[in-house]
Ligand binder design. Structure first.
Ligand SMILES: Cc1ncc(C[n+]2csc(CCOP(=O)(O)OP(=O)(O)O)c2C)c(N)n1
Ligand SMILES: [Mg+2]
Length: 796
């Protein structure tokens, strides 16, 4: 490091000037950021933006933080970090305003393309083609999310990736992704959000695993209106965490307390804490106290309503920018004139950036208005009988001083309706349809990877058996597969409860930890939220984690990071970030409320943005794992809990064959009725089908294989065209996945046109599941029930 106390006078001056410039540069960013917050609030209050949440009061802490953020590092934070964004050069003030206005054009708002609230930043991790950028040489921000503490679980994974890149021998060549694990994950969180379970799970897991996670708690004393005394035991997060403090010879965290208005103090402490985290992978927490919130929580309310006047007075006096100004003067780093100049220039700079963003934001819709009016004027001259009404619409549009795209669409729609199907109005219709397409690409894209990264484009490789293929237990198919997989793909890691040492509760990984090392196949604590977060963070850094939820019922614990984070990251970053996480779990067909395992409706409702695989046996599961590992999308694999001991023939091309997603398989051909099902229920249905065969009723049984995507080529419809009868069977509750399949085939595929009798669903009871085999029979579909429903259909 440069020595700023060099004895040579000229060098001393030089380094002092450099130091002074840097400090004044920081002050400038703080002033710019404050002005952005002040003007941002005004924009909302004057109706130009819907909502605003700003970083005022946290500026000085963040310019200090930004100093130690190096290329390769990651930030996983929340909505208060605009100053950090500006100071690191990862966000411009104009882009900040563009996001405030919900500007949907990516080139103008490169964090979320108008898909997220203000101050939800992101940087690019993957190309449009799904190739990883050299993250080790970039400063990286994971697309922010709004749920409080939602940034924590993934932060753990981002930091864990550094540990893996440092300790896994096979990863040492991946120098584009990591500089031997020297990257730190900076994680920011508000004081009140530390009340969330996500925070505690993350801190504990980081302390156990020793990963370079650096947490900054921005403590402004409030979570919206609720003060700290209702949030945190003893009113101090660092005090309650003191038992986590790392000592000689223990694990744990390094915990520091700093004052959020003390620029010099923060620089010193942050430098030390971040350095230790980087070098030794010791997690670190900075409790940044005495921060303020000059404008209150957000534009939704005013803090005068809940902060006592003494507090408001204190906040004014201890405003960090004010304190930094005093410090600059006291240390003769600048005089009053210098500082006034910086403040003046900052104001002007922000005003211009805001104005430019607003003009930019309006320009496309204005152009659309111009073109629409031109077309409507043209139509008015061609259709004299509609001239008056068209003029009225033109007036409506032209009098709108700040039109949005939707205003244009509404008026065009009205004009088209007015003119009817007359050929002469085709120009208006064409324009309307072009705009509809354009708007769809702005607002309804990137839920899944597109192009090369798309898992849906993975080529099918057919399953092959050797002539002497042995028949083995289902779990052995998986076990042999994972063995080959770990030998061949260094990026794959697997972890979960009981997954490492004993090789998972059903032995899929039995013996593999010894063979491939604890670094790649490992046990975790019982903490589903952060097992998912671990997976998300590792996947975001270019690795291929298989993160296990022991039983699908316990997915509920881990659902939040999947639903809020993994499933939305590609969408909310406008395709800039991909999270190819595989969640492995098992379910269906065990007994009791908590191990009966088919909450499929819950999964389908909450995980749009992930794929949902429901293989009927372990061979199909292997084919799906192969497919997923070739794509860039997150997915969940629900293996059949009662399938691990069933016999299967061992495939000859274990590592190569793929099962394409969204393609059902006809497991049994038949002519009278189509039965659509998946997973363990398939065996129930097959038993019913053979009972029905004996009575002369021929069933076509279809295994959908994946619920998301669902039957992309409408194979089920083809079957229905032949049988004209259909029943959907699963063991979710009524209205769950069976209803989802029903809806897809009837509405999406237009199946209702091919029905001879009413379509049915057979599901578990609208109830909770009994414990014990006897009760199970009365709770879930059984072969006799399937048979009798189908007999009834045949008689209808
Ligand atoms: C899971 C969840 N619950 C509630 C909210 C609504 N909410 C947004 S911010 C906030 C308060 C957060 O306070 P704190 O963590 O101290 O951060 P600050 O805003 O004070 O910086 C709440 C309750 C949310 N976004 N997510
Ligand atoms: Mg707070």
């Amino acid at each position: 490091m440069e020595n700023s106390f060099d004895t040579s006078p000229s060098l001393e001056n030089l380094s002092f000037d450099k130091f002074r410039d840097e400090v004044l540069g920081d002050y400038r960013w703080a002033c710019i950021s404050r002005e952005a917050s002040l003007l941002g609030r005004k924009e909302v209050l004057t109706g130009k933006a819907k909502f605003g949440i700003f970083g005022d009061g946290k500026e000085v802490a963040q310019v200090a933080m930004a100093k130690f953020f190096q290329p390769g590092d990651f930030r996983s934070g929340y909505y208060r970090d605009q100053t950090f964004g500006f100071a690191t050069g990862l966000a411009t003030v104009q882009q900040f305003f563009a996001q405030l206005y919900a500007e949907p054009r990516f080139e103008k708002e490169p964090f979320s393309g108008g898909r997220q609230m203000s101050s939800h930043f992101a940087t690019r991790f993957v190309t449009e083609e799904g190739e990883w950028l050299p993250l080790a040489r970039l400063k990286n921000i994971v697309a922010d999310i709004a749920p409080t503490a939602g940034q924590m679980p993934r932060a753990l994974g981002l930091a864990l990736a550094s540990k893996k890149f440092r300790e896994v021998h096979e990863l040492q060549d991946l120098t584009d992704l990591s500089n031997h694990g020297n990257e730190v994950c900076f994680c920011t969180i508000g004081d009140a959000s530390t009340s969330e379970g996500q925070f505690w799970e993350t801190v504990n897991a980081a302390g156990v695993m020793q990963v370079p996670l650096v947490i900054f708690v921005w403590d402004d004393g409030y979570g919206i209106s609720v003060p700290k005394k209702y949030q945190t035991t003893k009113g101090s997060i660092s005090e309650v965490l003191s038992g986590f403090q790392k000592d000689d010879g223990t694990n744990g965290l390094n915990i520091y307390k700093v004052k959020g208005w003390d620029y010099a103090g923060m620089c010193e402490v942050f430098e030390e804490g971040v350095r230790i985290a980087r070098e030794t992978h010791t997690p670190t927490l900075f409790h940044v106290e005495e921060l303020t919130q000059p404008q209150g929580h957000s534009t939704s309310g005013s803090h005068e309503r809940y902060k006592p006047s003494e507090r408001l007075e204190w906040e004014r006096e201890w405003d960090a920018i004010r304190k930094m100004r005093e410090w600059l003067l006291a240390n003769m780093l600048a005089d009053e004139d210098d500082i006034d100049g910086i403040e003046r220039e900052s104001k002007e700079f922000v005003r211009k950036a805001k104005q430019d963003a607003w003009e930019d934001f309006l320009s496309p819709a204005r152009e659309q208005v111009r073109k629409s009016i031109e077309l409507m004027n043209d139509a008015a001259s061609k259709f004299p009988q509609h001239t008056d009404q068209l003029r009225q619409l033109i007036k409506e549009l032209s009098s709108n001083r700040e039109p949005l795209r939707r205003d244009v669409m509404k008026v065009l729609y009205a004009a088209i309706n007015l003119l009817g199907k007359d050929d002469a109005s085709h120009l208006l219709r064409d324009y309307y349809n072009d705009l509809k397409k354009e708007n769809q690409s702005l607002f309804n894209t990137y839920l899944y990877n597109q192009g090369h990264g798309s898992t849906l484009n993975v080529e099918e490789v057919k399953l092959r058996y050797d002539a002497d293929a042995p028949t083995v237990n289902g779990f052995e198919v998986l076990n042999k597969y994972f063995d080959r997989l770990f030998a061949n793909n260094p990026k794959v890691l697997a972890f979960g409860e009981d997954l490492g040492y004993i090789g998972d509760v059903n032995q899929g990984f039995a013996g593999l930890q010894t063979k491939y090392g604890e670094e790649r196949i490992f046990d975790t604590g019982i903490r589903e939220v952060t097992i998912m977060g671990q997976g998300i963070g590792l996947a975001l850094r270019g690795l291929r984690p298989i993160a296990e939820i022991q039983y699908v019922d316990y997915l509920l614990y881990g659902l939040q990071p999947l639903s809020d984070d993994a499933a939305t990251v590609h969408y909310r970053s406008v395709g800039q970030q991909s999270c190819p996480l595989i969640v492995r779990t098992r379910g269906h067909r065990l007994e009791g409320i908590w191990h009966s395992g088919s909450p499929m409706g819950m999964i389908l409702g909450s995980l749009r943005g992930m794929f949902v695989c429901v293989p009927r046996n372990m061979t199909q599961a292997v084919g799906m794992y192969n497919t997923l590992l070739k794509g860039m999308d997150p997915a969940i694999m629900i293996e059949c809990l009662n399938g691990y001991r069933l016999k299967e023939k061992l495939p000859g091309n274990l590592l190569e064959f793929t099962v394409p997603l969204g393609i059902p398989e006809i497991v049994k051909e038949g002519n009278d009725v189509t039965i659509v099902t998946y997973g363990s229920t398939l065996r129930v249905v097959m038993e019913a089908a053979s009972m029905l065969d004996k009575t002369g009723i021929s069933c076509e049984v279809i295994d959908v294989q994946t619920l998301l995507p669902f039957d992309t080529n409408h194979k089920i419809l083809e079957s229905l065209k032949k049988t004209n009868r259909i029943v959907f069977v699963d063991e979710d509750v009524p209205g769950g996945a069976a209803a989802y399949m029903f809806n897809n085939v009837m509405e999406e595929q237009g199946g209702y046109r091919w029905l001879d009798v009413a379509p049915r669903t057979i599901t578990a009871k609208d109830h909770r599941t009994a414990y014990g085999s006897d009760g199970d029979y009365f709770c879930k579909p059984n072969p006799e029930e399937v048979e009798s429903v189908i007999k009834e259909m045949m008689q209808e």
